[in-house]
Design a protein around this ligand. Structure first.
Ligand code: PLP
Length: 441
């Protein structure tokens, strides 16, 4: 089935679309290679010239159930034929309540839970920022270097990933301070885990809280349990446990951004379950509705205590998106989380030896189907090799595999959760060939 090429890349039909795109679309988009989507099924996508690719990017970790899963498509069609929109802000409908109930059933947040729906990840972050300020009546936020929380002004204030994402957009929302994340492969303090005694945690209490930020002013700490755009970085469990303790000590809300690592991708419904942790607010989006626009924040009813009219959204919780979400959650529960765990373990088993085998592979890390491969110049200096990483991605495309990067120098492996072992093996063979091509030993 794949890869199957009928033309050179991009083919004549794809080329035409790209030319039209170049004439009218914003130049801010980050297309790294010229793939044009025509249609897809599961993990396989076809361009307008009939070239067939394996998709390990999943629309930036979104298409959890694969492209156009028949059950999701049916749910969308059924809902669309009944009504497309009513606005959950002003009226009631079953589909919105149903998804809220499904999410509450799974979410390990303390106490009785409540859901607020949005259209995107950034909007979920905005809602969480507002709720945290509203609930605590405090103004300050703490976020992490390398974090990505979105591009609207509030979310962008928390983002600490790349300067280009912020340059030209100031002033942002005031009251945000960034601190180092537990990125142990590149410890900002040049320490080793675990002899470091989690210095990154201590820094918050022993430096930040003593010198510049009064903890009594801090509304919330925003953290990705696994950093996504920052490079698929998995922190040690003690880091997240320590954040929970810190929050409890000072009455700060702990907000988990599970926009990328949630919804079954790591083999559990939420990444936080790997760490046995309960945050105060959780932000969701991306995989929640298999590609339909939907986001959500969930908190206990004690925390989500804002008053009638204090926050709302016209489109948030759109019934068609909710229908897709409900079908997605059913599929995740039934088999896809298990599949993510199983195939993720298989991919890890095949990729881990690359660290020994190839000088340019610094670290392979991840959980389930959220796997990062850090590309470096050499093992001795661990110097990041973004050009090499980009070349690998380009070679993969030319061999029929779509993957994306994350962080400055990491390959991001985030296929749809329906991926089969055979598809995984094909993808890894292509990645290995690309690595060999750009960096022969
Ligand atoms: N939070 C995380 C962890 C993300 O990875 C992203 C997007 O990549 C966002 C928030 C923003 O989501 P959206 O692009 O839907 O606004």
């Amino acid at each position: 089935m794949f890869p199957k090429f009928k033309t050179k890349l991009p083919g004549p039909k794809a080329k035409k679309i790209i030319q039209r795109d170049k004439r009218c679309m914003s130049p801010s988009y980050t297309r790294d290679y010229p793939f044009v989507m025509d249609h897809g099924k599961g993990c396989v996508v076809t361009d307008p010239d009939g070239n067939v690719f394996l998709d390990f990017a999943a629309g930036i970790a979104v298409c959890a159930t694969g492209h156009s899963h028949p059950k999701v498509v049916k749910a969308i069609k059924d809902q669309a034929s009944r009504f497309l929109h009513m606005s959950g802000t002003d009226f009631y409908y079953d589909m919105q309540v149903k998804v809220a109930e499904q999410l509450c059933e799974f979410l390990p947040v303390k106490g009785k839970k409540r859901v607020f729906f949005t259209n995107s990840g950034a909007e979920a972050i905005e809602a969480a920022m507002k709720l945290a300020r509203y609930h605590t009546m405090r103004h300050q936020f703490i976020a992490f270097f390398n974090a990505f929380h979105g591009r609207t002004l509030g979310a962008l204030s928390l983002t600490g990933s790349k300067v280009i994402q912020k340059k030209g957009f100031y002033p942002l929302v005031p009251g945000v301070v960034h601190v180092p994340y537990a990125y142990c492969y590149r410890c900002p303090y040049h320490l080793e885990y675990d002899s470091c005694c989690l210095h990154c945690l201590k820094y918050i209490e022993e430096m930040l809280f003593l010198k510049t930020v009064d903890p009594d002013d801090v509304a919330a700490i925003f953290v990705e349990p696994i950093q996504g755009e920052g490079g698929y970085v998995v922190p040690p469990i003690e880091f997240l446990l320590g954040l929970r303790r810190l929050c409890d000590r000072y009455g700060i809300l702990l907000v988990f951004d599970e926009v990328q690592c949630g919804m079954g991708r790591t083999g559990k419904m939420f990444a936080m379950e790997h760490f046995h942790l309960k945050p105060d607010i959780v932000c969701l989006a991306k995989g929640i509705a298999s590609g339909m626009p939907l986001g959500a924040i969930i908190a206990s009813s004690e925390v989500m205590n804002w008053k009638y009219g204090s926050h709302a959204s016209t489109f948030g919780g759109n019934p068609v998106s909710c229908a897709a979400a409900s079908a997605t959650i059913d599929l995740l529960k039934k088999s896809l989380m298990k599949n993510a765990e199983k195939i993720g373990a298989h991919i890890m088993k095949r990729l881990k030896p690359f660290v020994e085998k190839y000088e340019c592979v610094g670290e392979v890390r991840g959980l389930g189907l959220m796997i990062g491969v850090e590309i470096i110049k050499n093992k001795k200096t661990k110097q990041m090799a973004p050009e090499l990483r980009n070349k690998i991605i380009k070679h993969c495309f030319e061999s029929g595999l779509l993957i994306l990067g994350c962080g400055p120098n990491t390959l991001r492996i985030c296929p749809p959760l329906v991926v089969t072992r055979k598809e995984a093996d094909t993808a890894i063979d292509i990645i290995e060939k690309a690595i060999k091509k750009v960096s022969p030993r």
